[in-house]
Design a protein around this ligand. Structure first.
Ligand SMILES: Nc1ncnc2c1ncn2[C@@H]1O[C@H](COP(=O)(O)OP(=O)(O)OP(=O)(O)O)[C@@H](O)[C@H]1O
Length: 248
């Protein structure tokens, strides 16, 4: 098991401890010294953590702290200005290019309103040769499966988006506020789904403003960025030279 060492500051003591204890070729996910600058503002300032297979991390912090930004970097939807991501000891430069490594649930449910719930999930699952039935059942959606997505409530729609995320059967789940709008029974189902994934060696990273059903998880509390400080022109590191149009 990795040591639960995290930081989103550049404090030398924490960085030193992290470096001493984490072995680069270990199984699982290692994130080291991630720096992200948005609009000349330092949003993530040296985020580091390590998660072994079966582990989970809850990302907390005030609005604007960078939780979604961190997930999007890990999902390959945005580049970091500097830092390293290792998966099973190998550097991950583009998670999207790794195919099924990552399953990402963003803020938006992004269902096609004219298609039924099942059609939405089938569309997503065909590329992976999976049937959507297990995911539909796991999120308690069988009775709603033939309704057009436009007829789903906010919580039902969130469950459908969760089902679409999990059917990829990716080892690394990145979930942005997965419990948003879910009722008590649905949160319990979400807990079962997360536990089953972790029991198979999967890793979960989830942002949240409320408690999530992730027993034994680690927590990384990101701090609000200091918006009185600017980083004009970004960092001197080569990554910072990428054109803004390369970024999502
Ligand atoms: N398009 C943008 N351009 C520049 N800065 C942005 C942009 N979108 C967001 N930011 C800044 O990036 C920072 C991190 O935003 P992010 O969405 O990652 O925060 P968060 O912790 O997920 O917040 P919340 O709890 O509200 O979801 C914010 O402080 C925000 O001001």
């Amino acid at each position: 098991m990795f040591p639960p060492l995290y930081t989103n500051s550049a404090e030398p003591a924490t960085r030193g401890e992290f470096t001493r204890n984490v072995i680069d070729d270990a199984q699982g996910l290692i994130v080291r010294d991630l720096i992200v600058i948005r609009n000349d503002r330092l949003v993530l300032d040296g985020v580091s953590f390590a998660l072994a297979p079966g582990a989970a991390l809850m990302l907390t912090g005030p609005n604007g702290a960078g939780k979604s930004t961190l997930l999007r970097v890990l999902a390959g939807l945005r580049r970091a200005d500097s830092g390293t991501i290792l998966w099973n000891g190998a550097p991950v430069t583009d998670p999207v290019a790794q195919g099924t490594l990552v399953a990402y649930l963003g803020h938006r449910d992004a269902l096609k309103p004219g298609l039924t719930l099942r059609e939405n999930l089938t569309l997503a699952s065909e590329a992976f040769g999976q049937s959507p039935d297990a995911a539909i059942a796991a999120l308690g959606l069988a009775e709603l499966a033939d309704l057009p997505a436009r007829m789903l409530s906010a919580g039902q729609s969130r469950r459908a988006a969760l089902a679409r995320t999990i059917l990829r059967q990716s080892p690394l789940w990145l979930l942005d506020e997965p419990s948003l709008g879910l009722d008590t029974a649905s949160i319990a189902r979400l807990g079962d789904v997360l536990a089953a994934h972790r029991a198979q060696g999967g890793i979960v990273i989830a942002t949240t403003h409320v408690d999530l059903p992730l027993p034994g998880c680690e927590t990384l509390a990101l701090r609000a960025p200091d918006f009185t400080k600017t980083v004009p022109g970004g960092l001197a590191a080569p990554d910072a030279a990428r054109a803004p149009e390369d970024w999502f």
